[in-house]
Ligand binder design. Structure first.
Ligand code: C2E
Ligand code: MG
Ligand code: MG
Ligand code: MG
Length: 285
């Protein structure tokens, strides 16, 4: 057992914690080879326009097919990859793969198709220094910026890095849109976000989950939507799992939605099938 510095409480290194630390270390080693061994793949979750039911966008979500441990979700390895900076290479792979997919879907699904790509603060800060991120590569390859919505978190904005705002503005000039992910879980007030060029606020799943439960009247979601709109931002609700949540959000004027109620994240072929079925059902009704 070890005593925490300056505190009166003791923390014990339990077998579970040890297991956790060991798994992290093993994964960290395996992660180094995962790109060259082509063990990553992306799934895409549709982003539905709640006002007219169109779908022109999908969020790319990474998964790791580990040879022994099976498919590992991002929550288990993104943090490790941030610590050892492998996130930089992983992020490059994600962008390259998602943009390639988007080019294809602009031809086969819709000419204005977009992908939303998650980007951690670590990537943002380091890549900006080296001027070598996908953003420059896209320009070099004459790819339009409006293919991409980049999803960032409040963590990035709270660093108060003076380059961040400038960089986001640079994205916007190139047509890239910016979404603030997991809104409501961090510390920033919406008004604080006014100084950043943000196009979308994504209401965190935890608030959407409460919608339709007995004590929740949706005041929080409603407040976020009203405030975001008044600041000129659009709103995406994540984690919509039932009709009631969808109805409430629509009623509140929420612009976009994602969630298992529409579709879980899907491999490209399954996404195409889903998209086709979706468009068909929308024409009928
Ligand atoms: P996120 O960007 O907030 O993504 C939403 C997460 O919610 C995804 O989990 C998605 O599968 C899940 N989800 C979507 N709809 C529902 C629903 O209706 N109910 C429930 N319970 N969950 C739903 P996932 O794919 O495990 O990703 C977790 C997080 O990992 C993401 O959260 C994002 O922060 C991070 N991540 C994923 N891919 C990447 C990536 O390529 N790069 C970086 N830096 N982070 C990534
Ligand atoms: Mg996201
Ligand atoms: Mg999110
Ligand atoms: Mg999230």
């Amino acid at each position: 057992a070890s005593k925490q510095k300056g505190g009166s409480c003791f923390t014990y290194f339990t077998p579970r914690m040890q297991e956790h630390a060991e798994r992290r270390m093993l994964l960290s080693n395996d992660l180094r080879l995962a790109i060259s061994k082509k063990q990553f793949f992306l799934e895409y979750q549709p982003v539905v326009n709640l006002q007219n039911n169109t779908v022109f966008k999908a969020e790319a979500l990474i998964r790791w097919r580990h040879p022994e441990k099976g498919v590992i979700p991002p929550m288990e390895f993104i943090g490790i990859a941030e610590d050892n900076l492998l996130i930089l290479q992983i992020g490059q792979w994600v962008f390259k793969t998602a943009i390639e997919q988007c080019r294809h879907w602009r031809e086969s699904l819709h000419p204005a198709f977009q992908v939303a790509i998650n980007k951690s603060p670590v990537q943002f800060v380091s890549e900006q220094k080296r001027q070598q991120d996908w953003f420059f590569k896209m320009a070099q390859n004459h790819l339009p910026g409006d293919m991409v919505t980049v999803e960032i978190t409040e963590r990035l904005l709270l660093d108060a890095n003076p380059h961040v705002s400038e960089r986001l503005a640079q994205y916007r000039r190139a047509g890239v849109q910016v979404a603030l992910d997991d809104f409501g879980t961090g510390y920033s007030a919406l008004s604080y976000l006014k100084k950043f060029p943000i196009d979308y606020v994504k209401i965190d799943r935890s608030f959407v989950r409460e919608l339709g439960s007995s004590h929740e009247d949706g005041a929080l979601c409603q407040a976020i939507i009203v405030m975001a709109h008044s600041l000129g931002m659009q709103v995406v609700a994540e984690g919509i799992e039932n009709q009631r949540q969808l109805d409430m959000l629509r009623e509140m004027g929420c612009d976009y939605g994602q969630g298992y109620y529409f579709s879980p994240p899907l491999r490209p072929a399954a996404f195409e099938a889903w998209h086709q079925a979706w468009n068909k059902s929308m024409q009928v009704s």
